[in-house]
Design a binder for this molecule. Structure first.
Ligand SMILES: Cc1cc2nc3c(=O)[nH]c(=O)nc-3n(C[C@H](O)[C@H](O)[C@H](O)COP(=O)(O)O)c2cc1C
Length: 369
C-alpha cells in the first residue's frame, strides 16, 4: 500500500501551504543579547534551517519574569519586535512558514534572574525536586515559588496576548503556545505542581482553565487556526507529575478540539526536555492522543527519516519535528531527500556562545556535495 503522506508532500496549516511536512521544532539556543533582543547571528541560523515547511522559533518569553536563563529572546519590548523582523523575514524568504513559541517558565525560574530578585511565581508553593537550576555559578536547588494571585494570573494572560500581538507585528505567521515540559502552563495542568483551591486548581476543569484563558486571549490577536499548542503528556521532566496523565491529557486534547486551534504538537514519551530517556511507566501513547485530535498533529521526539515516514504513513502525525538532527544538519530536508549522510551533534555551543556549534554546521551546497 502506498503511504498516506510522505515528508515531502505539502500540507496546510492555518490556511497556509507548507512545502513539506518537516518541522524545525522549538530549540533554545541562547544567542539573543542580555536584554532578550534577537541578534543577526540568529537570522543566519534560522535562514539556514528554513528548508523545513514549518519553522517554530525557540522558546520566546512573554515577559521579563517569564525567563529562566539569560540570552533567551523575548517578545515583550519594541526593541525585541524590531530585531525579530529580519530573523523572521529571512526564514520566510526561503519559503518557510514561521511561528513563534510563546514561553513562560513559572517555577523553573530563579530569583537570580527575576527582575525583582524574588523567587519565581508558580500555581502553588511547591518547589521542583530531583532537578537543579543551572545558575551562573553552577547547579543549585530550585526555590519554592510564590503562589500566583488571581490578579497575577490575569496579568500573565494579558502578557501572552501582548506577546502574540508583537509576534504578528514581527512578521510571524502564527504562535505556538508552550504548554509542555513542566513550564508554567504545564504546572497548572499537573496535580503534582498545582494544589490550588480556587478556580485554577482541583478539578480538571479548573486546572485547564489557565490554558483555556490564554488561548482565548491569544485569539484576540490572531486567528484561532494560527495558534498551535505544544504538550508533553508523558514527561516527568522537571518534576512535572500528574496522578492520571491519560485522563488529564485526553481532556486537554478534547478541549483543544472545541477551540479549533491550528495544530497540536505532541512530544514523544521518550523525551525528557532535550534528551532521550526510557519511556515513563505511566506514559500515554502518542497515537492515542493524536487520534483524539481533530486537526493537524505534529509529533516530535527521537525521530529519523524512516520513523517519521512511518508516523505519517500510519496516520499518527501530519507533520514531524526533528530537533537535534536539525541543529547539526541545517539543510536536513535536502539531506533526507538525497539520502546524504547526517552530521553528528557536537557538544560545544548548544546553549550560548557565538557561531561555533550554531551556524557553523556545514550544508551540502556549502561543502560542494
Ligand atoms: C538544545 C535544545 C533546546 C530545546 N529548547 C526547546 C524550547 O525552547 N522549547 C521546547 O518546547 N522544546 C525545546 N527543546 C525540545 C525539542 O523541541 C524536542 O522536543 C526534543 O529535542 C526532542 O526532539 P529530537 O529528538 O528530534 O531532538 C529543546 C531541545 C534541545 C535539544
Amino acid at each position: 500500500m502506498e503511504p498516506k503522506n510522505s515528508l515531502f508532500d505539502t500540507a496546510v496549516v492555518g490556511g497556509q501551504r507548507l512545502r513539506n511536512r518537516i518541522v524545525l521544532p522549538p530549540l533554545t539556543r541562547s544567542r539573543a543579547d542580555d536584554d532578550g533582543v534577537p541578534t543577526p547571528l540568529m537570522e543566519e541560523y534560522y535562514r539556514q534551517r528554513a528548508g523545513a515547511g514549518l519553522v517554530i522559533s525557540e522558546g520566546t518569553v512573554i515577559a521579563p519574569q517569564a525567563t529562566a536563563y539569560t540570552r533567551v529572546p523575548g517578545l515583550y519590548s519594541a526593541e525585541q519586535v524590531a530585531a525579530w523582523r529580519p530573523v523572521v523575514e529571512a526564514a520566510k524568504r526561503e519559503g518557510a512558514v514561521v511561528y513563534a513559541q510563546l514561553w513562560h517558565v513559572g517555577r523553573q525560574s530563579h530569583s537570580s534572574v527575576q527582575p525583582d530578585g524574588l523567587p519565581p511565581n508558580g500555581p502553588s508553593p511547591i518547589a521542583i525536586t530531583g532537578y537543579q537550576y543551572r545558575s551562573a555559578n553552577g547547579r543549585i536547588p530550585y526555590e519554592t515559588p510564590r503562589e500566583l494571585t488571581t490578579a497575577d494570573i490575569a496579568e500573565i494572560v494579558q502578557a501572552y496576548g501582548t506577546a502574540a500581538r508583537n509576534a504578528v507585528s514581527a512578521g510571524f505567521d502564527g504562535v505556538e503556545l508552550h504548554a509542555a515540559n513542566g513550564y508554567l502552563i504545564d504546572q497548572f495542568l499537573n496535580d503534582g505542581s498545582n494544589c490550588r483551591t480556587d478556580l485554577y486548581g482541583g478539578s480538571l476543569e479548573n486546572r485547564t482553565r489557565f490554558l483555556r484563558e490564554v488561548i482565548t486571549e491569544l485569539a484576540r490577536h490572531l486567528p484561532m487556526d494560527r495558534i498551535g499548542v505544544r504538550l508533553s503528556p508523558s514527561s516527568d521532566w522537571m518534576d512535572a507529575h500528574d496522578s492520571d496523565k491519560r485522563t488529564l491529557y485526553s481532556t486537554v486534547v478534547r478541549q483543544l478540539n472545541d477551540f479549533r486551534i491550528g495544530y497540536l504538537h505532541l512530544v514523544e514519551p521518550e523525551i525528557a526536555g532535550s534528551t532521550t530517556v526510557d519511556r515513563p511507566a505511566d506514559s500515554v501513547p502518542t497515537a492515542e492522543l493524536a487520534a483524539l485530535f481533530d486537526g493537524v498533529v505534529i509529533v516530535t521526539g527521537g525521530h529519523d527519516q524512516a520513523s517519521a515516514e512511518r508516523l505519517l504513513a500510519d496516520g499518527t502525525a501530519d507533520l514531524v519535528g526533528f530537533g537535534r538532527l536539525f541543529i547539526s544538519n541545517p539543510d536536513l530536508p535536502r539531506r533526507f531527500q538525497t539520502q546524504a549522510p547526517l552530521e553528528p551533534l557536537r557538544p560545544t555551543g548548544i546553549y550560548g556562545g557565538g557561531p561555533e556549534g550554531y551556524t557553523d554546521y556545514p550544508s551540502l551546497a556549502a561543502s560542494g556535495a
